[in-house]
Design a binder for this molecule. Structure first.
Ligand code: DAT
Ligand code: MG
Length: 149
């Protein structure tokens, strides 16, 4: 099964959307195997968003993602990376379709509520950045035969 990294960003936490976001992933059938609330250090933020370091919005992005606690999670399921990305919606909430998290709760690109890894490679990298091995809990979900054929 595939694993991906997702997080409720500081605006999502402040707006009380943690349970809403987790609930959507959970109800879809994704298995939560890592979950915690944490503050992101500047150092971790820069590593996480390294691909954007030369973009004009980089400093603002680092400021935003370190401005309050985030809820970090590891989700497991078939095609988890793509599924989470589709459930999040387009990066700019103005372009995100209703029914997606950003399309239902966001307006500005710099306050888009959730993060989800964009590739399997980045998922592995980001899970490694945010979670120690012992924080990932492997277990059998008894519902699996009702979610997967
Ligand atoms: P995503 O979060 O959908 O993977 P991304 O990796 O391209 O999007 O960018 C990371 C975050 O940076 C994104 O969630 C919001 C912010 N961002 C992206 N493009 C931006 C822009 N043009 N102006 C301001 N912020 C931007
Ligand atoms: Mg991205």
């Amino acid at each position: 099964m595939e694993r991906t990294y997702a997080m409720v960003k500081p605006d999502g936490v402040q707006r009380g959307l943690v349970s809403e976001v987790i609930s959507r992933f959970e109800r879809r059938g994704l298995k939560i195997i890592g979950l915690k609330i944490m503050n992101i250090s500047h150092e971790l933020a820069k590593k996480h968003y390294a691909e954007h370091k030369d973009k004009p919005f980089f400093n603002g992005l680092i400021q935003y993602i370190t401005s309050g606690p985030v809820v970090a999670m590891v989700l497991e399921g078939k095609s988890a990376v793509v599924m989470v990305r589709e459930m999040m919606g387009a990066t700019n909430p103005q372009e995100a379709v209703p029914g997606t998290i950003r399309g239902d709760f966001g307006i500005d690109i710099g306050r888009n509520i959730v993060h989800g890894s964009d590739t399997l490679e980045n998922a592995e990298r980001e899970i490694g950045l945010f979670f120690d091995k012992h924080e990932i809990v492997e277990y059998k979900m008894d519902l699996n035969s009702w979610i997967y054929e």
